[in-house]
Write a protein that binds this ligand. Structure first.
Ligand SMILES: NC(=O)c1ccc[n+]([C@@H]2O[C@H](COP(=O)([O-])OP(=O)(O)OC[C@H]3O[C@@H](n4cnc5c(N)ncnc54)[C@H](OP(=O)(O)O)[C@@H]3O)[C@@H](O)[C@H]2O)c1
Length: 268
């Protein structure tokens, strides 16, 4: 909604409202979801506007955001994992989200120039200062999950890694989170913006199971991810109300053990 090719603001707001109407209680954003250097936090402001203009009670909605990934405005993505930067960025995110404490704040991507424990140490500072209610990490290895959880004294709430039928390489991190009871948020759970539409043609088993249930292959992918462990919370992107309304139905889609087994063997 805020990066290249973004829809107009009214369609974005309508999409968030459709998600909330359908019972979604987790919205994922990041301060880096913008294009120009002068519009850092574009998506955080949009999400805050959508929550405030929604007619329902948003008190049980968790807004998760991230810091440590930056867009200097030339189309590139850079990182800054220094504790000073992260503490400053989180306070800016809280201001844009119009909250006293951010529901879930995630360190977006490891910075190879900063020891991981130092970056995660900033999350501990933010927890202690009450700027954030929960701390998470993203794009992390099993070793980094353990290191972060240790730095945070066992308070690591979530891990957000790429995972979908197309990208299975974080299965080890997913299983590790399940063992530790830490939420695992698959990002690009449908394979990413430019691949999501072709999920069914790329992964025949998902299309076949979808046909058998009369649902979309995207819904089957989300239901399959949800089946992998209790801690899995997929965060499908959407820029149209119809997409999120369809995705939400995955929560009620029950797949048979033999279907799940088939899908498990069907990733690429
Ligand atoms: N931590 C990280 O480093 C990182 C990196 C990338 C993404 N993320 C997070 O992951 C989220 C999702 O990732 P993503 O948007 O890149 O990829 P995605 O969720 O795999 O795919 C999004 C695309 O799927 C389409 N779509 C959604 N639901 C659909 C449905 N039920 N049927 C058919 N098409 C459907 C959307 O269409 P429409 O737009 O037409 O609605 C959109 O084009 C992001 O919003 C972000 O929060 C995190």
């Amino acid at each position: 909604m805020s990066i290249e090719g973004r829809p107009d603001r009214s369609r974005s707001i309508a999409t968030v409202h459709a998600a909330l109407d359908a019972g979604v209680t987790l919205v994922d954003t990041a301060d880096a979801y913008h294009v120009g250097a002068d519009e850092v936090g574009h998506n955080e402001e949009l999400v805050a506007e959508a929550l405030h203009s929604w007619g329902g009670d948003a008190s049980s909605v968790v807004v998760a955001t991230k810091g440590g990934h930056l867009r200097p405005g030339d189309g590139s993505w850079t990182v800054d994992g220094s504790p000073e930067y992260l503490v400053r960025a989180a306070k800016e995110s809280a201001r844009r989200l119009r909250v006293d404490a951010i529901g879930l704040y995630q360190f977006h991507r490891p910075d190879p120039t900063v020891p991981y424990a130092e970056s995660v140490g900033a999350l501990l500072t933010l927890l202690d200062e009450g700027v954030i209610a929960r701390a998470g990490i993203s794009n992390a290895s099993v070793a980094q999950i353990d290191e972060a959880n240790e730095v945070l004294g066992g308070r690591l709430a979530s891990v957000q890694n790429q995972f979908s039928p197309r990208f299975l390489s974080s299965r080890g991190e997913l299983d590790h989170c399940a063992r530790l009871g830490i939420a695992f948020l698959p990002w690009s759970p449908l394979g990413g913006i430019s691949n999501a539409g072709g999920l069914g043609s790329r992964h025949a088993a998902f299309a076949e199971v979808a046909r058998a249930h009369g649902v979309s292959p995207q819904q089957v992918a989300l239901a399959w991810e949800l089946s992998l462990a209790d801690v899995v919370i997929p965060i499908p992107g959407a820029s149209r109300p119809a997409s999120i309304e369809d995705s939400v139905r995955a929560a009620d889609l029950e797949l048979a053990p033999e279907e799940l087994e088939r899908l498990g063997a069907a990733g690429s």
